[in-house]
Design a protein around this ligand. Structure first.
Ligand code: FCB
Length: 435
């Protein structure tokens, strides 16, 4: 089968829109992250009512439409749907159904993510990712969602950023379940990918013509000192592990990478290579690596403004040309790509227009090398709760006043809209020079 013929939507218009995730916008969702906030593990405080999307999802969808979107990526809150193991809350599913009905009414394609970092409060105790029971639980949750929403949703992404979750949840221990044990990584990674496969099978069984994808965070890595062999080596190892490990897993059903200093993550799931119809690339920035580090022998990572565009509000480097490289790299997976997240924290909206134009130009160049790109989703529609950083970073096309929950477009929304018209109308914007 060719890559194109595997994608059931290949003859449909390309996708242009925004991405959000349930916990970051909905509000008052009790889950493992709420407990994390309660015990003070987030720098940026608690999410609380977030930006109130649970109450106003439909008008948020209208805002996406006004920004020129024909696609809307969002996620389903597992904790709302399955508040106790095996007990499902149909009212919560109905809430999502209303959103989806509305999206379809206004001609916006829903793209549904099933796992975007948070878990029901019971999960880590009863069926943790270290146990094979996690796979079954996730599959059952998926079945329930697909049974209720499957007649209306064609694009599904079971997992958002499995490797980021693995590293932050089980290596750094920065997010729930907050474990820091490299020995668990191979098993947890395997179970996450098995859960993806089980979810993909459950969706395909229930939703004829469904397109399945995964969102993979890709990060550019550079040596801090180009003259240092160790820095260069570390940057290569980081790229191999962080970017290529997941790509290879989905391309071949096998993975084998080294997480410095000594953890080898290796495994095989034959069904994986046939489990996706599109591959999502989440791309933001570049890290500079130095080895040995001052504090950690194995090395240090930091953002710095090597490209001269200035850093974003949360200190990230802006490197549009590296999106082009990542897309070329990701095309090895052999199916159409969607840029499933890309965005900038820029409260004053000074840099967002150029950010958008330069990243779309990079997409255009990747396409001119033959990379099949089916969509672009900006992170994010609204200012939202940015995990450990709380409400600090402002990624939104719309600014949110959290006292009134009022939304106001930032000026760059005009640029977003016109880039969208070009992207949808005649393929991606081409022609800008690479750095
Ligand atoms: C991505 C996450 C998303 C958001 C952006 C800024 O890695 O998927 O939830 O926080 O970063």
């Amino acid at each position: 089968m060719t890559a194109q013929s595997r994608f059931p939507l290949h003859d449909r218009p390309r996708l242009w829109g925004t991405a959000v995730s349930h916990y970051q916008v909905e509000g008052d969702d009790v889950c493992d992250w709420t407990e994390w906030e309660r015990v003070g593990r987030t720098r940026g405080g608690a999410c609380g009512p977030a930006v109130g999307s649970w109450q106003q999802y439909e008008s948020d969808a209208d805002l996406a439409l006004q920004a020129g979107a024909n696609a809307f990526r969002f996620s389903i809150s597992w904790s709302r749907i399955e508040p106790r193991p095996g007990q499902y809350d149909d009212r919560a599913l109905d809430r999502y159904r209303r959103l989806i009905d509305h999206l379809i009414d206004i001609d916006i394609e829903p793209i549904v993510t099933l796992f975007h970092y948070t878990h029901p409060s019971w999960f880590h105790e009863k069926t943790p990712w270290t146990s094979t029971r996690s796979i079954e639980r996730f599959a059952h949750f998926t079945m329930r969602v697909a049974d209720v929403l499957g007649d209306r949703v064609r694009l599904w992404m079971p997992l958002n950023e499995p490797l980021v979750f693995l590293l932050a949840g089980y290596f750094d221990g920065q997010i729930p379940p907050g474990i820091s044990d490299p020995r668990l990584l191979p098993k947890v990674f395997d179970h996450l990918l098995a859960a993806h496969c089980a979810a993909a099978a459950a969706i395909r069984e229930r939703v004829p013509g469904a397109a399945i994808g995964v969102a993979h965070n890709m990060m550019a890595f550079a040596p801090e000192r180009g003259s240092s062999f160790l820095d260069r080596l570390l940057a290569r190892v980081a790229h191999r592990c962080y970017n290529r490990g997941v790509l290879e897993a989905f391309a071949t059903g096998r993975w084998d990478f080294l997480l410095p200093p000594t953890t080898r993550v290796r495994g095989r799931r034959d069904k994986l290579s046939d489990s996706i119809d599109f591959f999502g690339v989440n791309f933001y920035s570049r890290l500079h690596l130095r080895c040995p580090g001052k504090e950690r022998l194995i090395g240090e990572l930091r953002y710095r403004d090597a490209s001269g565009r200035g850093l974003t509000d949360n200190g990230w480097e802006i490197v549009p040309h590296q999106l082009e490289e990542m897309l070329v790299e990701a095309s090895a997976v052999g199916c159409p790509l969607i840029v499933s997240e890309n965005g900038i924290a820029d409260a004053d909206d000074r840099m967002r227009s150029a950010f958008l134009a330069e990243h779309l130009a990079a997409i255009g160049r990747a396409e001119s090398h033959g990379v099949p790109i089916h969509g672009y989703l900006y992170w994010s529609l609204l200012d939202n709760y940015e995990w450990l950083d709380g409400f600090g970073p402002k990624f939104g096309l719309y600014e949110v006043d959290r006292r009134t929950m009022a939304r106001r477009p930032r000026p760059s929304i005009e640029v977003f809209r016109s880039l969208g018209q070009e992207f949808l109308g005649r393929g991606a914007v081409a022609g800008a020079t690479s750095q």
